[in-house]
Design a protein around this ligand. Sequence first.
Ligand code: HEM
Length: 138
Amino acid sequence: MKPPIPYGTGDASFRAAGGQAGIFRLVDVFFDRMESDPRFETIWEMHPDDNDESRDKLARFLCGWLGGPKLYTEKYGAIGIPRVHAHLAITTPERDQWLTCMSESVAEQAFDEDFKTYLMEQLFVPAEAVRRRCEAQR
Ligand code: HEM
């Protein structure tokens, strides 16, 4: 079903992703996949051993980023996505591991197909900004 307003307007994207519950579910699937699939080993190894907080941070960030409640800022304060990754060795292969892991996780969700496409196009933008920032530090 098409949203009454386009994705990216108001909370249309947040609702298309199933709201807070849908986004937290997606992030759990994403982290479980990253942990279990050796194709994502490099980026999995970058995360702290206890990744509960990483899951919470990404899920909360995505809620606000998709036009829903600003849950990340409420709990953790202001964030700049490229800046928080600047200490990591992220080049094109690591960016693509993240995007592939996310894309396969998104594909499993009960989202509209056009929203899945839209979401992955949107996620490319911060993922590429992260890569650029990390490579500039080297
Ligand atoms: C480009 C590929 C990316 C890789 C390899 C990656 C990897 C990581 C890693 C390893 C951490 C944990 C850092 C630490 O605890 O030291 C992290 C944190 C985080 N990432 Fe990414 N990330 C990527 C892209 C993204 C994108 C595109 C977003 C948002 C759309 C995002 C959102 C976050 C958030 C919100 C945190 C928590 C930051 C904090 O509060 O410390 N990441 N990421």
